[in-house]
Design a binder for this molecule. Structure first.
Ligand SMILES: [Zn+2]
Length: 178
């Protein structure tokens, strides 16, 4: 399983969360139209607060499901210690990160790994997993997040960004355990 630059929630059945989020957007528009200090505004505000709590619960639940699945299915899980930084640079994902963190996900992976006798290999955040060609080791100077696939100028291999990064993380993660 490959998470790459995408947030684990995108893999963790966000169907319910999405439904809550749509409802939240609707209520927030409604709230904006209510007169300040009015009873009606108060009612809508309470609904918004309840929905926020529901969304947080449902996201946490999704994270637990995904971390459990990863631990169940793999003997070793390699994680980048600071994928958050990359994701925050991507405005589409910043919203998710603000609500709950990659850190929480890694925390869950770690304690579940301990329970199940699995190994978590954490890879240093400065390791250029996205910029490095997993075939020949060529390293790009930069690799903007909008580039989803690329061809290595050195060995001509065509890479999917996320798969190439995962291959690098796997190699360096397993090497660290050896
Ligand atoms: Zn190459």
């Amino acid at each position: 399983m490959l998470l790459g630059d995408r947030h684990p929630w995108e893999y963790a059945n966000p169907r319910h969360t999405k439904r809550y989020e749509n409802k939240l957007a609707y209520l927030q528009r409604k709230l904006a139209k209510k007169k300040k200090g009015s009873k009606n505004r108060d009612k809508v505000r309470q609904k918004v607060a309840r929905l926020h709590a529901k969304i947080a619960d449902s996201r946490l639940d999704n994270l637990h499901k995904l971390s459990r699945k990863l631990i169940n299915e793999n003997q070793v899980v390699c994680v980048e210690s600071l994928a958050v930084k990359n994701m925050i640079r991507n405005p589409k994902l910043a919203k998710h990160i603000a609500d709950a963190s990659w850190g929480e996900f890694v925390r869950q992976l770690k304690y579940k790994a301990e329970w199940a006798g699995r190994t978590i290999a954490e890879i240093d955040r400065f390791y250029p997993s996205s910029k490095r060609c997993s075939c020949c080791g060529f390293v790009h100077e930069s690799m903007p997040l909008n580039i989803r696939d690329w061809t290595c100028p050195e060995c001509n291999t065509h890479h999917d960004r996320d798969i190439n990064a995962a291959m690098n993380l796997k190699t360096v993660g397993l090497a660290g355990l050896a």
